[in-house]
Design a protein around this ligand. Structure first.
Ligand SMILES: [Zn+2]
Length: 134
């Protein structure tokens, strides 16, 4: 069931509100960036940045037909969400790092399936052979 949650970085400068359905599942990805931060995320159907835009970092990549922007707090370094457009992964998206949600219970976080994406090989809809370190 969709629910609206609140999220923030560690120092509290960045705050957001996101609507998502955790029971529909969360995702982990093995692309070179997600591996570094152990990205565990879920798609948001609605997203609003509430505070901290001036401190919001944008580490992005644009390859013409698609783009991805990893957003993080430039003060405390916590990664909060990503947005972009990847045709192979269903088009435009906003996904939040579920560990930055402040009001989601552990039961809610694990209520859905965890999908593993082989982003490292642009094979977003399928899991990689080895998911142990994801
Ligand atoms: Zn911060």
């Amino acid at each position: 069931m969709e629910k609206t949650y609140h999220g923030s970085c560690h120092c509290g400068a960045i705050r957001y509100r996101a609507t998502l359905d955790l029971a529909a599942g969360t995702g982990k990805c093995n692309c070179t960036y997600c591996s570094k931060i152990r990205n565990w995320s879920a798609r948001a159907t609605d997203f609003e940045l509430l505070d901290g835009e001036a401190l919001l970092g944008d580490y992005g990549k644009d390859w013409g037909e698609g783009n991805i922007h990893h957003r993080f707090c430039s003060r405390c370094g916590v990664n909060l969400y990503g947005h972009g457009y990847i045709a192979e992964a269903g088009g435009g998206f906003v996904s939040v790092l579920v560990n930055t949600l402040d009001d989601a219970s552990i039961d809610e976080l694990v209520s859905g399936p965890v999908r593993h994406a082989d982003g490292r090989h642009d094979n977003w809809m399928n899991p990689p052979a080895d998911t142990r370190a994801m």
